[in-house]
Ligand binder design. Structure first.
Ligand code: ADP
Length: 604
């Protein structure tokens, strides 16, 4: 044959070449250039030897073997370098002509096929999937490499149907033999799940499919797949476990738990929901709020749901729900959207807790508190009125005692009237305290805000106490810093009251030494006057200090008995100081005297 004239060179879609025994082509058709990019001369110059991928060189030599004359070699696969630097998989079929030292070759580009094969292999590996086929005419079995891997066997070990069946565990074998028979005889395809075992005895759940290939209505090949579905089963188990756990949690919760789809249909409802509605899950699921609740409640729920879906934010609500039996229950609910991976709302979940009892308790408590407050206020008002009423006759008694004292009296009479006058005075003091306290309690205490001379006011207060100081032989001194302004705005009477109480207490609880009043100006953001009353008296124990300004409190009962008093003075002073916008504090140690400090803003 004269190859120069060979027409196959021109009509073939494959690469055709005549190559010398030294791998140098003698003649090439134009498909080579199309496939590899090189022109004929370039390939001849480079020779095939230099175009083979270096990694494929040895395997190529192995595939070629020792050439002998007339030998036809098929399916030699290797990679060749293209002009653009990439590689293509080629598959060679050739015949050797040793006499002329030539090789006649037809070469196919199998790059695409190689890629598909690789994808198929990898996909099967990932899916743990293998395929099988039986040529029914010859009863020969073929297992794919992947299937052999699944069974941990060598492909050579399976050629007869019996070989394949013998791998299967008894139960699976009985099932598959029957299915295979039906497939072979009647073309009944199957898709079953069973447990298989590898040759090493490892059990695995598997999905097995069988199908038939027909030609002219005669089944010629049975084929199918086997897939290891351990992962799927594992996931199914985890999901089932999670579902059971969730159901258990839902149903054991004392709260009502539910999930609604975007159309407002219940897709999940807890046991408490069933109890509340007196309906089974089947009667609740798929229903909307309008099917289950009174219209007023359904409307409110739906409006609320829409807001959650729109804002994607959880909501807390507290509302009353009308039940089928006509009763009402109070619920506190937390509703929240369920989002998919992209952040879209896919459902709406809620947890509602019955707070009917708590609510009733709270309402009753509030009512009781209001009633108690009203009662206390009424009592305080009564006290305020009563002490006011007592003051009028008291003043008459005191006035009359004064008048009596001025009239001619013998010694005894004078001393009786003096006692009467003193007792009345002290009674008036007590009544005044009760009046102030009640006024404060019932919110009737109103302070004046007018300018008054500070030094003058202080002097008048102290004058009233001087006699007492002299009686007890105590030093009573007042120091007013000169930067203290003389005119201040406020309620002079009430300031006097606080001073008399504190200085009076100082004198009362001091047996020897002094009581000092100091007034200074504290220049701060809001300037304040600071009043300090310091005595050298009996002092106050630490545990009593905390409750000192509490009303009715008197330091120590034995002391009280000795000194008398109502225990209202300090609490009234504290209220007054605070009403003036200031603060009162105390520092004291038993046996070392006490120091009371109070402040009053200069420009309240
Ligand atoms: P009372 O009218 O009983 O004096 P107060 O409220 O003025 O009521 O005082 C309450 C108690 O605080 C007094 O009974 C006393 O125990 C204690 N107390 C007040 N001032 C002093 C002080 N300067 N030194 C020691 N104890 C004091």
């Amino acid at each position: 044959m004269d190859f120069e004239d060979s027409v196959f060179f021109e009509i073939s879609n494959d690469m055709v070449a005549v190559v010398g025994m030294d791998w140098v082509p003698v003649k090439l058709n134009s498909v080579w250039t199309k496939e590899l990019g090189w022109n004929s001369d370039e390939i001849i110059q480079l020779s095939f030897k230099n175009l083979i991928h270096p990694d494929d060189y040895i395997s190529t030599l192995e595939q070629i073997g020792v050439p002998h004359d007339g030998q036809v070699v098929r399916d030699v696969r290797n990679r060749y370098r293209c002009k653009n630097g990439s590689y293509k998989y080629l598959c060679w079929n050739y015949k050797i002509d040793l006499k002329n030292r030539l090789i006649y070759a037809v070469v196919k580009d199998i790059t695409q096929q190689k890629i598909y094969d690789e994808i198929y292999k990898r996909a099967n590996k990932v899916a743990k999937l293998g395929s099988w086929s039986v040529d029914l005419a010859e009863e020969k079995v073929h297992f794919s490499q992947e299937l052999c891997d699944l069974f941990e066997i060598d492909p050579k070990d399976v050629s007869e149907v019996e070989d394949a069946m013998s791998i299967l565990p008894p139960d699976a074998r009985a099932l598959i033999e029957e299915k295979y028979k039906n497939l072979k005889e009647r073309g009944e395809e199957y898709d079953i799940e069973t447990v298989l075992a590898t040759s090493k005895g490892r059990l695995f759940p598997a999905r097995i499919m069988g199908a038939a290939l027909k030609e002219n209505d005669i089944i010629i090949t049975a084929f199918g797949i086997v897939q290891d579905i351990s992962k799927v089963k594992e996931t199914e188990n985890i999901l089932r476990y999670q579902q059971e756990l969730l159901n258990g949690l839902f149903d054991s919760s004392p709260s009502i738990i539910y999930v609604k789809d975007l159309e407002g249909r219940y897709i999940l409802a807890s046991r408490q929901f069933e109890i509340l509605m007196g309906k089974s899950k089947d009667e609740i699921l798929g229903k909307t709020d309008f099917d289950l609740f009174a219209e007023r409640d359904a409307l409110r729920h739906v409006r609320n749901d829409h807001q959650i879906i729109r804002t994607k934010k959880a909501e807390k609500t507290e509302d009353a729900i009308l039940l089928p039996d006509g009763s009402e229950k109070q619920y506190i609910s937390e509703k929240f959207p369920l989002l998919d991976a992209q952040g879209n709302v896919i459902a709406m979940a809620g947890v509602s807790t019955d707070i009917t009892e708590l609510h009733r308790y709270q309402t009753e408590l509030l009512k009781a508190k209001e009633e108690a407050e009203l009662g206390t206020k009424a009592k305080s008002e009564f006290l305020a009125n009563m002490s006011h009423e007592i003051r009028t006759p008291m003043n008459s008694i005191m006035g009359m005692a004064e008048v009596l004292l001025e009239s001619p009296l013998d010694e005894d009479q004078r001393s009786y009237v003096t006692i009467l006058s003193r007792a009345s005075e002290s009674l008036l003091g007590i009544i005044n305290d009760i009046l102030d306290f009640s006024k404060i309690e019932s919110g009737q205490m109103v302070l004046e805000k007018v300018p008054f001379p500070l030094r003058e006011t202080v002097r008048k207060s102290i004058e009233l106490l001087l006699i007492k100081a002299q009686e007890k032989k105590l030093e009573l001194r007042v120091d007013i810093d000169h930067d203290v302004p003389d005119t201040v705005t406020g309620d002079a009477k009430r300031l006097q009251q606080v001073l008399i109480n504190l200085v009076g207490n100082g004198l009362k609880f001091t047996d020897s030494g002094s009581v000092l009043l100091n007034i200074s100006l504290r220049r701060q953001a809001q300037p304040v006057l600071e009043f300090t009353v310091q005595d050298t008296g009996i002092g106050i124990s630490e545990d009593k200090l905390a409750t000192l300004f509490t009303r009715f409190y008197q330091g120590d009962s034995s002391i009280t008995r000795r000194f008398g008093g109502t225990g209202l003075g300090l609490s009234i002073s504290k209220e007054l100081v605070e009403k003036m916008g200031g603060q009162i504090t105390v520092e004291s140690r038993p046996g070392q005297g006490s120091r009371f400090i109070f402040t009053i803003p200069l420009n309240p």
